[in-house]
Design a protein around this ligand. Structure first.
Ligand code: GLN
Length: 379
């Protein structure tokens, strides 16, 4: 008999809800991925790389050209240059980079602070490596609660995981939050894991408060990014991690025996494509228009929308519609009303009592959003 290492873990809610959407023909606003095509230029670049024979292993930390392009883009946006040779590693997606960072530094018994609702890979990954997830919660309106986090710090805390823009909440961290984090980490050897995969999906003209902006944070941080969210290519599973040399050395020790290296032709394509700022600069306004279209349409529904400051997720309260728990309600909305969504409770160690929230992905064509809105307004 196999003794499970993750006895309480089932199949991720994203797979469950996307499968349900397919089964009952529901519009899929559950798992976060765009339903529109990618830029032809990007596909051409991948094809060209394959035809040029770039089909064998890339160097373990990533193609030098891509690491240089990443360092240049990060410097342009956040004013700090990571060394592409020693501080930048290309990963097979943000999730793999998070897994590798945790695996590299979390020892058995180490505590890792996770802020619920939290992206669902965090806690199981910590447990796989013998760490102890310590769960705190976001505060009212899904905003960061610095006091709650500070109180969870103990001499055993090895890592704090933060996420901005936040999935599933759709809120962002701001300068004042980052300053509180600096204070609480000062004088400790706690590592920060800053999941910034939605860096370009920050709305209403606000800046993205990257950990990279703050020397006291970046010198202790793994900062994780994703190409899928920026270039609408979630299925390519491409991302990267940044960290100071000493930390990145440990990261690469794990990375080399986990994936070894990421997809070669796609790395060539991304290196060329990301050099053009126009290819990512339009992303915030593009998604802000979708957020607004969805919010506008949903204002005629009985759902109450929470603030969406970033990411491509809108959280909505359905208390005015039903007292069912969110898993039951989400199933009913998918089967009975034809829209698949994500319930919030799987993102908690212990979901708050009587919380009735669903997450909607608005990374969809306008026609898809309009069709979903029409169905949701009938509930
Ligand atoms: N990041 C996506 C979401 O939040 C899901 C990715 C996945 O299914 N692993 O919906």
């Amino acid at each position: 008999m196999i003794q499970s290492k993750l006895p309480h873990v089932g199949t991720t809610i994203f797979t469950v809800m996307s499968k349900l959407a397919a089964e009952c023909g529901a519009i899929n606003l559950s798992q976060g991925f765009p339903d529109f095509p990618i830029d032809d230029k990007l596909s051409e670049l991948v094809n060209a790389a394959m035809r040029a024979g770039h089909n064998q292993y890339a160097p373990m930390p990533g193609l030098p050209g891509l690491r240089e392009a990443i360092a240049a883009k990060v410097e342009r946006l956040y004013g700090f240059r990571y060394d592409p040779d020693t501080e930048v590693t290309v990963a097979s997606g943000g999730t793999q980079a998070i897994f590798t960072a945790i695996g590299a530094v979390v020892h058995p018994g180490d505590e890792v602070i996770i802020v619920d609702p939290a992206y669902d890979c965090y806690s199981p990954t910590v447990e796989l490596f013998g760490g102890k997830p310590v769960h705190v919660r976001l505060g009212t309106d899904m905003k960061f609660d610095a006091d709650a986090v500070a109180q969870a710090i103990t001499p055993k805390t090895r890592m704090l995981m933060i996420n901005t823009p936040h999935n599933p909440a759709g809120t962002i961290l701001r300068d004042a939050d980052m300053r509180r984090i600096i204070e609480m980490l000062r004088g400790t050897d706690i590592i920060l894991l800053s999941d910034e995969v939605y860096e370009h999906l920050v709305f209403d003209g606000e800046p993205h408060a990257s950990a990279i902006n703050y020397p006291e944070l970046r010198e202790r941080a793994f900062v994780i990014f994703s190409f899928g969210k920026v270039f609408h290519t979630t299925g390519w599973k491409m991302g990267y991690a940044l960290a100071p040399k000493e930390m990145m050395t440990e990261f690469r020790k794990v990375h080399q025996f986990n994936v070894f290296s990421a997809n070669t032709p796609i790395q060539h394509a991304l290196a060329a494509y990301m050099k053009e700022p126009a290819n990512y600069e339009a992303v915030p306004s593009f998604y802000q228009a979708k957020r607004d279209r969805f919010a506008n349409g949903m204002s005629k529904s009985r759902f109450k929308l929470l603030p969406c400051e970033g990411s491509y997720f809108q959280v909505a309260d359905y208390s005015a519609i039903s007292t069912e728990d969110d898993m039951t309600f989400a199933q009913r909305v998918a089967r009975g009303f034809g829209v698949a969504t994500i319930p919030l409770s799987p993102f908690y160690k212990e979901p708050p009592m009587n919380q009735r929230l669903l997450r909607f992905c608005f990374a969809k064509q306008d026609a898809t959003l309009d069709a979903a809105i029409e169905k949701l307004c009938r509930i």
